[in-house]
Design a protein around this ligand. Structure first.
Ligand code: SOE
Length: 387
């Protein structure tokens, strides 16, 4: 029997639009067992010119301007939101009202209240929803999850994570949308802490309370003249205000008794995309580093004392999670593959009418932690995370 085809409409044609496009393009090629097949039907952007360029380069069938047209197109089944954070709510609600499934970039929205409105809309429409916390779909991270569930580290004591970047350290780097509160909601916090908060929930458990600190090192920057692809941008002659954090650090207490430290910054010189975690438990420890994406390290306290040490597992052997779609053992994969894995989970979710994870409920829980940290930094006190 022919597989169901899912016509995708993407809104947003920049960095994340390109990353998600790889997911749709490659999923059926890598995973012939995928239960529904995406069709790259329409890509929309702010200008038709931008959408048209993305259409021809990324491989979409049609291009359109603005989000309304694609959201309301009769032949579209799924809307993928790759736009700035301030637009997620409006587009997701419009998509749900039009009866479309929704895949949304992180952070889910500008605040908890917006996330709740989005959840009400997808629940009311009965559509499938997913959020793009792509690091869950790294094979080494999925293996860490499996090992932790099987008891490899016992009871967790510490969750320690950093997400370190350095792409805006030059004070002349312009005010892109990610540096404006009204467009992004927050800076390093929503962009990077969102990922490690999600990994903490995935691997360690739910948050109880947090105590945070936010800092903006460079408060004025040149205005934006033009974007140049990826995270690149050109500066104009006039100056403007930076209204988000450059770095946000926080401590956390988890409901299961573990404690955590989190650091997200765009000012960690020498760290291009340093997403790392280490979890220490009663029976062992586990750690991972995005810049060594295929490797998972495990310290097993049950090893004989004279043989104890960190074991490096190369997560490329066919029984490892997601690896069946790729190459023989030792033939490593990269960052873009996480988007293929997410689309695989999404297509299977749509085909079986079961929400994949991470979904909007995970987006909301993450946002509640983000918001509690902001409140804590403002009041210089510990804050309970909303249930
Ligand atoms: C930029 O900081 C960015 O692209 C994030 O927006 C992504 O979510 C992260 O995966 C890599 O860095």
């Amino acid at each position: 029997m022919a597989k169901k085809e899912i016509n995708v409409g993407m809104v947003g044609a920049a960095f994340m639009g390109k990353a998600h496009s790889v997911g749709y393009r490659d999923v059926a090629f890598a995973f012939p067992d995928v239960k529904a097949v995406p069709v790259m039907k329409e890509i929309a952007a702010i200008t038709l010119e931008e959408a048209e360029t993305a259409r021809s380069v990324f491989g979409w069938e049609r291009a359109s301007e603005g989000y309304e047209k694609v959201v309301n197109a009769d032949d579209i089944h799924l809307i993928d939101i790759c736009t700035g954070n301030n637009t997620h709510k409006e587009i997701a609600i419009a998509a749900a009202k039009a009866g479309k499934h929704v895949f949304c970039e992180k952070p889910m929205a500008m605040n908890v209240a917006e996330c709740k409105e989005m959840i009400a809309a997808v629940e009311e429409a009965g559509v499938i929803h997913m959020i793009d916390f792509n690091y869950r779909a790294v094979p080494a991270v999925a293996l860490a999850k499996k090992m932790i569930e099987e008891g490899a580290i016992g009871t967790p004591y510490h969750f320690r994570a950093v997400y370190l970047q350095d792409w805006i350290m030059d004070p002349k780097f312009p005010l892109v949308w990610r540096l404006k509160k009204e467009l992004a909601g927050s800076g390093a916090h929503g962009d990077l802490n969102a990922h490690i908060i999600d990994l903490a929930r995935f691997l360690c458990g739910e948050f109880d309370s947090v105590c945070g600190l936010m800092k903006t090192f460079i408060k004025q920057r040149p205005e934006l003249a033009a974007t140049t692809g990826g995270l690149g941008a050109e500066a104009a002659d006039t100056m403007g205000e930076v209204t988000v954090d450059d770095a946000t650090l926080f401590l956390a207490k988890f409901k299961n008794g573990a404690i955590g430290t989190f650091e997200a910054t765009r000012f960690a010189g020498g760290n291009r995309n340093g997403n790392r975690f280490e979890i220490n438990g009663s029976e062992g420890s586990i750690r991972w580093n995005l810049e060594r994406l295929n490797e998972l390290e495990w310290f097993n306290r049950k090893d004989d004392p004279d043989r104890q040490g960190w074991k490096k597992i190369l997560v490329t052997d066919p029984p490892h999670p997601y690896i069946k779609g790729w190459w023989p053992a030792g033939h490593i994969i990269g960052w873009q593959h996480t988007f293929v894995h997410q689309v695989y989970n999404l297509m299977n979710g749509i085909a079986t009418n079961e929400n994949p994870t991470p979904n909007f409920y995970d987006g909301l829980k993450c946002q509640a932690v983000l918001e509690a940290v902001e409140k804590s930094a403002e009041t210089e006190s510990w804050v309970k995370v909303e249930e």
